[in-house]
Design a protein around this ligand. Structure first.
Ligand SMILES: Nc1nc2c(ncn2[C@@H]2O[C@H](COP(=O)(O)OP(=O)(O)OP(=O)(O)O)[C@@H](O)[C@H]2O)c(=O)[nH]1
Ligand SMILES: [Mg+2]
Length: 393
C-alpha cells in the first residue's frame, strides 16, 4: 500500500500499448525495456492472457505505463475474449509498440495492427525482433521501426532512444494551473472534508492541484467552507485565485468578491482530462430536455453509494430541479459503458480522476458519434448554477 501511495497514479502516466501476434515477443520487449523480469514469457503462444500494466520511469519522459496484451491472432477457445480485451486497450493508449516476430513474420497481421493504431491516430513504432539472429526482410517504408535482439543490451538502448523520440513528439497535455497563475501568487482552495471524503487523506484532484500550484511557485492555502470568510478577512492581500469543490460552488461564488478569479477543481480536471469545450456544449443540452427523456450518469469507479451520493442523489436532484422535467435518470459505474448510447438525450460523466486524458477524449468522441451530448459533474453543476461565465480555466 505504501509503495502504491508513493507511485505516480496510473491515470497520470503515458500509456504505451504493446501489440502483436502471440509469441512475437511482446512480454520480452517489456522486460527488456524496463530492465526487469516483470512479464511472464515463454515459447508457448498465448502466455499473456489478460492485459497487464507495467509502470516505469522512462527518463527523460517521466512516468509511463506499458500495457502487455494478449496476441491479437489468438484463435484458441478463449482467444476471442482475449483479443477483445486487448483491443479495448487501444482506447487508452497514448502511444503503441507493434512487436513483430522477425523469425516468422506475418505481413497480414502486421498490416492489420498498423491499421488499428493508425485509425485511432495513436503514434506508434514497430519493433522487429531478431530471434536467433534472423534478419527481417519486411519493408516498413518510412514508418518508425527498429530491428533488435531483445536479449541484447545495446539493441535495447536503441529501442529506448527511438521510443523516447516518439513520445517527445506527442502533443503536450494542457496545464492544470500554469496558465492561470504567476510565481508567488497566493491561491485559496476551498475543500470540504465531509462524510464522503475518504478517511485520512485528500482526494486526487485536490492533491494534484496542490502539487501543481507548488510546482508553479504559488502559496497554497486550504480551507474548509466554514473558515472561508475568516481567512478572506485575515489575508492582507486577496488571493489571486480561488479554487473550490464544485458541490459548494454557489455558496463560494457568493462569499468571494467579484474581482477575485474563481474556478473549481472539477472544471480544472475537465480541462486537463478532456475537451472542456465539448463538456460545456454537452451541458447546454440541459435546456432542451423534455418529459420522459433518458439521462445517463456515468462514474468510472464503482464505490459504495452513500445517502447523499453525488452521482445518485445530488446530480439527479439538481438536474430535475433545473429542468423541471420528468426525466428518467440512470446510473452506470465502472469502465465499460452501455452500448445503446443513442437511447439517451444527455450523459453526465464524473471527473474521471482514474481515467487518462486519452481515455476520456475517446469517450467524448464515442458519445459525439452517437449524437449524445456529454458533460461532466463539475461543468454540469457550474452550468446549472449559472456561473460558467464566471469561472476561468
Ligand atoms: N533470442 C531471442 N528470443 C526472443 C526475442 N524475443 C522473444 N524471444 C523469445 O520468444 C518467446 C516468446 O516471447 P514472449 O515475450 O513470451 O512473447 P509474447 O508476444 O509475449 O507472447 P504471448 O504472451 O504468448 O502472446 C520467448 O521464449 C522469448 O524468450 C528476441 O529478441 N531474441
Ligand atoms: Mg506475452
Amino acid at each position: 500500500m505504501i509503495s502504491e501511495l508513493n507511485q505516480t497514479p496510473k491515470a497520470l502516466r503515458i500509456h504505451i500499448g504493446v501489440f502483436g501476434d502471440t509469441n512475437a515477443g511482446k512480454s520480452t520487449f517489456i522486460n527488456a525495456v524496463t530492465g526487469q523480469e516483470i512479464a511472464l514469457t515463454s515459447p508457448v503462444a498465448g502466455t499473456t492472457t489478460d492485459p497487464v500494466f507495467k509502470p516505469m520511469e522512462l527518463l527523460p519522459i517521466g512516468p509511463v505505463v506499458f500495457i502487455d496484451t494478449a496476441g491479437l491472432d489468438d484463435t484458441s477457445e478463449l482467444g476471442e475474449i482475449r483479443v477483445k480485451k486487448s483491443l479495448q486497450q487501444l482506447d487508452v493508449c497514448d502511444a503503441a509498440v507493434i512487436v513483430v516476430n522477425g523469425e516468422n513474420h506475418n505481413k497480414i497481421t502486421t498490416d492489420n495492427y498498423i491499421k488499428l493504431v493508425s485509425d485511432k491516430k495513436i503514434p506508434f513504432m514497430i519493433v522487429a525482433n531478431e530471434k536467433n539472429g534472423t534478419k527481417l526482410t519486411a519493408d516498413f517504408g518510412n514508418m518508425i521501426f527498429v530491428c533488435a535482439d531483445l536479449h541484447n543490451e545495446s539493441d535495447v538502448e536503441k529501442i529506448k532512444e527511438t521510443l523516447i523520440a516518439l513520445l517527445k513528439k506527442r502533443e503536450a497535455d494542457p496545464p492544470l494551473t500554469a496558465d492561470l497563475v504567476n510565481d508567488g501568487d497566493t491561491v485559496l482552495l476551498v475543500m470540504p472534508q465531509d462524510i464522503q471524503a475518504p478517511k485520512g487523506r485528500l482526494i486526487m484532484p485536490q492533491v494534484q492541484t496542490i502539487r501543481d500550484l507548488l510546482d508553479n511557485k504559488c502559496t497554497v492555502i486550504s480551507v474548509i467552507p466554514q473558515n472561508l470568510k475568516a481567512v478572506l478577512e485575515n489575508l492582507k492581500n486577496p488571493p489571486s485565485l480561488v479554487i473550490t469543490d464544485s458541490q459548494i460552488f454557489k455558496q463560494v461564488n457568493e462569499a468571494i468578491p467579484d474581482n477575485i478569479r474563481l474556478t473549481s477543481f472539477s472544471v480544472l480536471m475537465a480541462k486537463i482530462k478532456g475537451d472542456i469545450e465539448l463538456f460545456i456544449k454537452g451541458a447546454e443540452a440541459l435546456d432542451s430536455l423534455s418529459d420522459g427523456d433518458r439521462v445517463l450518469i456515468l462514474e468510472s469507479c464503482s464505490h459504495h453509494a452513500m445517502d447523499d451520493d453525488i452521482a445518485r442523489v445530488k446530480i439527479p436532484n439538481l438536474i430535475r430541479k433545473y429542468t423541471e422535467k420528468n426525466l428518467v435518470i440512470e446510473n452506470v459505474s465502472g469502465q465499460n459503458i452501455k452500448n445503446n448510447l443513442s437511447d439517451y438525450k444527455l450523459a453526465v460523466h464524473c471527473g474521471g480522476c482514474m481515467l487518462s486524458r486519452k481515455a476520456m477524449i475517446n469517450r467524448q468522441h464515442e458519445f459525439e458519434q452517437a449524437g449524445v451530448p456529454l458533460t461532466n459533474f463539475g461543468v454540469c453543476i457550474a452550468y446549472i448554477n449559472g456561473i460558467l461565465k464566471r469561472v476561468i480555466y
